[in-house]
Write a protein that binds this ligand. Structure first.
Ligand code: HEC
Ligand code: HEC
Ligand code: HEC
Ligand code: HEC
Length: 134
């Protein structure tokens, strides 16, 4: 009996743990990375699943990349890690810092494909660029 109770609990815990990332990612509408201890801007708009569907991004590694020897490794992705696991807020010389990582990835693509917001306020809605002198 006890054994059965335990195995039910284990199964329930696994289902629950699996659901957390799926739930969060589907539910994500904005991004405020907690690695920035004193955020200067309001959260960036990013409805993870809806955004990727509209933009036609099926390859997770477009954003969740893996690098080796200065190059992106094809066929591998890192959605089980946070950007901040690999990009420090204060990076070593030659490494991409966290803020730059977001801006290069997000704004970089928007500029390239000429779609999606490229102004500060377009992504940080209440952080009007003009009002802070940028
Ligand atoms: C346009 C870029 C982009 C694409 C494409 C993308 N993601 Fe993400 N995803 C992000 C960003 C940014 C985060 C937040 C990362 C962080 O907090 O460090 C994130 C977070 C996640 C998380 C963690 C959720 C949480 O709340 O911690 C999961 C899981 C995830 N993505 C899965 C996927 C999967 C699976 C795919 C492919 C089907 C995918 N992502 C495609 C940008 C993207
Ligand atoms: C598993 C580790 C890892 C994760 C997770 C990761 N990156 Fe990277 N990323 C790297 C490495 C390594 C490089 C190359 C060295 C560098 O520029 O710091 C890189 C480079 C970059 C670059 C520079 C690309 C260029 O061509 O100059 C951007 C932008 C970037 N990452 C954004 C992100 C974003 C945004 C996330 C989260 C969605 C993320 N990365 C998640 C490891 C990672
Ligand atoms: C590989 C290209 C690509 C990357 C990377 C990318 N985007 Fe986009 N984004 C698009 C495209 C394309 C659109 C226009 C989609 C449409 O409305 O049809 C868009 C639209 C948007 C919009 C407008 C509202 C919406 O959801 O359509 C916001 C906000 C946005 N992107 C934020 C972000 C953020 C934040 C990131 C980085 C975490 C990011 N994007 C990364 C291609 C990209
Ligand atoms: C395409 C969307 C996009 C655009 C355009 C953009 N950002 Fe961001 N920015 C992000 C994302 C995503 C993050 C990481 C999530 C977060 O914590 O806000 C970020 C983070 C930041 C951060 C670090 C976190 C904080 O609040 O201190 C600053 C500062 C910032 N952005 C300022 C700017 C400024 C200034 C501009 C205009 C020059 C700008 N951003 C344009 C998407 C964008």
């Amino acid at each position: 009996m006890l054994k059965r109770v335990i195995s039910v609990a284990v199964v329930a815990a696994c289902v629950f743990l699996y659901m957390i990332p799926a739930f969060c990612q589907e539910d994500m509408t904005v991004l405020l990375d907690p690695a920035f201890k004193h955020p200067q801007r309001p959260a960036a708009l990013f409805a993870h699943d809806a955004h990727n569907e509209k933009a036609g991004l099926d390859d997770c590694a477009t954003c969740h990349h893996v690098w080796e020897d200065g190059k992106i490794v094809e066929g591998q992705s890192s959605e089980d890690q946070k950007c901040s696991d690999c990009h420090a807020v204060k990076p070593e010389a030659g490494k991409t810092g966290l803020r730059n990582a977001y801006h290069k990835l997000c704004t970089g693509c928007h500029v390239k494909v000429e779609e999606g917001p490229v102004s500060c306020a377009g992504c940080h809605p209440k952080g009007d660029a003009a009002s802070t002198g940028h």
